[in-house]
Design a protein around this ligand. Structure first.
Ligand code: SF4
Length: 300
């Protein structure tokens, strides 16, 4: 029996910063892959799709808690709800449309494994049903780094999966992680990431800075001295190489303003690329430039 007084969530719930105003609906729990070496988000959860009756109850709770007219956007959690069968996702989107009269759209995290299981036609059907926005994290485009962080795919496979979203006409938001190649592969990470992004042509590109979370394999590697992270100057230089390599003539929104970034930056590519590079050059050449303090990973 639902009393409608509160929402219910299982475990810690994560969503992209831009989904702060969206209803979070746990279509799945955890991440079906759950092996990326830097990710602590779903270590405490075993992956499973939510049973249909539970999800229907959650939607009823959201109607009671927020009011049916007030829910316009929905983020389908947890880590890669896109892994659900296309037919099941279409059912969920149908339920959302029926429950919320002002429903505009849903969005979802998309692991490469999930994207590679979908066809362009699947994505087109999902987009038409109300799922036009997908968030994905290649983190790097360098094959060596991608293997070290255990993404489970190669850069070319990542491009193939991502292109299915883009070719279907849906919006893709791609996230890169500054510092993840360490000092050793910083240049390769920057160049490979630019190559990957240019091939994918996502609508949004963002760069976050790696903030190693205790308990993750990458944190252990850093503790053992096997991975040495670039310092502030190294991170800015890496970002500069990446930005200089981006070539997105069809346009993309670029953001490097996450709490983990010491220098907030943003603009439209390619239009603002030269201005962004000039800002970065100025900051790199000004050692006293006041950067934001590094963030405690527990606050992310
Ligand atoms: S696919 Fe995403 S959620 Fe899953 S382990 Fe990797 S980074 Fe974490």
């Amino acid at each position: 029996m639902l009393n409608g007084s509160t929402m219910r969530y299982q475990g810690t719930v994560y969503r992209p910063p831009s989904e702060a105003q969206s209803l979070i609906l746990q279509a799945t729990l955890g991440c079906s892959y759950n092996r990326c070496t830097y990710c602590a988000m779903y270590q405490d959860k075993r992956f499973r799709p939510r049973p249909a009756d539970e999800l229907t109850e959650d939607i009823a709770l959201a109607v009671a808690y927020h009011g049916a007219e007030n829910v316009r956007r929905v983020f389908l959690a947890d880590g890669d709800a896109l892994i659900l069968r296309t037919g099941r996702l279409l059912e969920i989107l149908g339920e959302l449309k029926a429950a919320f009269p002002n429903f505009e759209r849903a969005s979802v995290y998309a692991s490469p494994q999930a994207m590679l299981k979908k066809s362009v036609e699947d994505i087109r059907a999902l987009e038409e049903a109300g799922l036009p926005l997908y968030y994905t994290g290649p983190e790097t485009g360098d094959a060596v780094v991608m293997e070290r962080i255990a993404k489970g795919v190669t850069p070319d496979e990542f491009i193939e999966g991502s292109r299915r979203i883009v070719d279907a006409g849906a919006k893709l938001s791609a996230i890169l992680l500054l510092g993840i190649g360490g000092v050793e592969r910083s240049e390769e990470h920057a160049h490979g990431s630019a190559r990957l992004i240019n091939a994918i042509e996502p609508r949004y590109v963002s760069t976050l800075t790696l903030t190693p979370v205790p308990g993750t394999p990458i944190h252990d590697e850093i503790q053992r001295g096997e991975l040495v992270l670039p310092d502030e100057h190294g991170i800015l230089t890496e970002l500069r190489s990446m930005l200089a390599g981006f070539d997105l003539p069809r346009g993309a929104i670029f953001r490097s303003n996450h709490a983990s970034n010491q220098l907030p930056l943003g603009g439209t590519l390619n239009k603002d690329r030269d201005a962004l590079l000039a800002t970065l050059d100025h900051v790199i050449d000004t050692p006293a430039f006041p950067l934001r303090p590094r963030i405690d990973p527990r606050l992310l």
